[in-house]
Design a protein around this ligand. Structure first.
Ligand SMILES: Cc1cc2nc3c(=O)[nH]c(=O)nc-3n(C[C@H](O)[C@H](O)[C@H](O)COP(=O)(O)OP(=O)(O)OC[C@H]3O[C@@H](n4cnc5c(N)ncnc54)[C@H](O)[C@@H]3O)c2cc1C
Length: 396
């Protein structure tokens, strides 16, 4: 979509473009473009460059170190970063727990944690899901027992993305086993270096290590690390999930992948003509492009409502469903366009002189396809999002 930009927005776009082009390390952009598994330092490097420029938290109000950008400016920023193949901003601090802390935290929590999120001194992870408590999150069993000024936390979290990088985990725990499931939950901020925490890797279908199991065995957590009131954790958890579902839509990333899909389809040949000229394939590309355009407008509407102080409602579920399905469709079409060249999906190890198989643009596409199977699961599965829409939006 080409928004009709005002002169001021065009000037802002040029400013962002110049900064991203001149500051993003080319080798980092290249690794991200090839869907290589990025190291912790890659994300930290890019985040710190942005933060030095004052852009580390595009979604935060200025009083907490954010930008106060309006939806169009945020849209422009996302677009320019995606076009340059910049790594995504790590969402756990900036998009997830940061807004919870500045909305519901104590002055001491705000003063301590927010600057550390901005500087990336603390890498956060999300300790919500447990074995048996994913969709039915309110059934979670990790318990926090009161012990003077502390809680003693014992339980088992699973699918904890980048827990192996994390300094801190925001965690849902049960503080009252007698209350109704949603009412006995509290929201704790846990230092990952506390004795009793063990992180074990889960290797995913793309052979990457992004997710983990986290075991908590008698972990002592100060009550000062609880967000808001005891037993009200479900309220803060839902606030956070609303924000998570809007960022998961990843419109700008999908637009960049769609551009790349077209480049590949232009280069690949089918019966003497480029694949993009093949009517059947072109129809599929057009269909996903139309869906993406519709998602983009919806995303802007939700961003505008959020900026107007209306908060993110259950409509965020719509963005999550369509955004995740579009991501999957584009990665499927890329593999379809590549044919055999999509099949090998192991990168040559660092420093080896193994030649990659197939054209350069085939690198990393199978990993991306495989990993994207998870988009309709994480952040709350799409079936659950449909249930939310049925109940909260359609009143069924
Ligand atoms: C790559 C990845 C990263 C993740 N990262 C994190 C993270 O960082 N932190 C974290 O806390 N969690 C994380 N998760 C967990 C994720 O939120 C859960 O996997 C998700 O909520 C589904 O829960 P589950 O896996 O327990 O599946 P289940 O809840 O067991 O669901 C299994 C299937 O049944 C369907 N289903 C369940 N209940 C219903 C219903 N009532 N109606 C219709 N269908 C239903 C589901 O849609 C799904 O298809 C991650 C997951 C993945 C795959």
């Amino acid at each position: 979509m080409n928004l009709e930009l005002s002169d001021a927005d065009r000037a802002f776009q040029a400013e962002v473009r110049d900064f991203v082009r001149s500051s993003l390390p080319p080798e980092l952009a290249e690794r991200n473009r090839r869907h290589m598994h990025l190291a912790k330092q890659d994300y930290v490097t890019w985040h710190r460059l942005l933060n030095k420029r004052g852009w580390g938290a595009p979604n935060w109000p200025k009083e907490f170190g954010g930008t106060d950008w309006n939806p169009v400016q945020r849209y422009i920023f996302d677009e320019e970063c995606a076009i340059a193949d910049a790594p995504p901003l790590v969402p756990f601090g900036i998009s997830m727990v940061g807004p919870v802390i500045y909305t519901f935290g104590t002055p001491a929590q705000k003063a301590h944690y927010l600057p550390r999120i901005l500087s990336m001194e603390d890498w956060w992870c999300q300790g919500y899901s447990e074995p048996g408590s994913g969709s039915d999150l309110a059934s979670l069993r990790t318990r926090a027992e009161s012990d003077g000024d502390d809680y003693i936390v014992t339980g088992h979290k699973i699918w904890t993305t980048q827990a192996h990088f994390a300094d801190m985990m925001f965690c849902l725990v049960r503080t009252d086993a007698q209350a109704k499931p949603q009412e006995g939950i509290s929201f704790l901020l846990i230092d990952m270096k506390t004795p009793g925490i063990t992180v074990r890797p889960i290797i995913s279908i793309d052979e990457g290590h992004g997710v983990n199991e986290v075991f908590l065995d008698g972990v002592r957590v100060p009550k000062a690390n609880r967000i808001g009131q005891e037993g009200k954790g479900w309220t803060y958890a839902k606030f956070l999930l609303g924000n998570e579902r809007t960022t998961i839509a990843e419109v700008s990333t999908s637009k960049q992948r769609l551009r790349r899909l077209k480049t590949i389809a232009r280069a690949e040949m089918a019966q003497g003509a480029s694949l993009l000229e093949d009517p059947a394939f072109r129809d599929k590309v057009a269909a996903v492009e139309i869906e993406l355009l519709a998602l983009e407008y919806t995303n802007l509407r939700v961003l505008a409502a959020e900026t107007a102080g209306k908060g993110v409602g259950p409509e965020a579920s719509m963005l999550k469903i369509r955004g995740s399905e579009i991501q999957q469709t584009i990665t499927e079409l890329v593999c379809e366009a590549l044919g055999y060249y999509a099949a090998p999906f192991e990168h040559a190890p660092e420093g080896s002189n193994l030649a990659p198989l197939g054209p350069d643009y085939a690198q990393g596409r199978m990993e991306s396809f495989l990993y994207n199977r998870a988009t309709t699961i994480y952040g709350g599965s799409n079936e659950i999002q449909r249930n939310i829409i049925a109940k909260m939006v359609l009143g069924l």
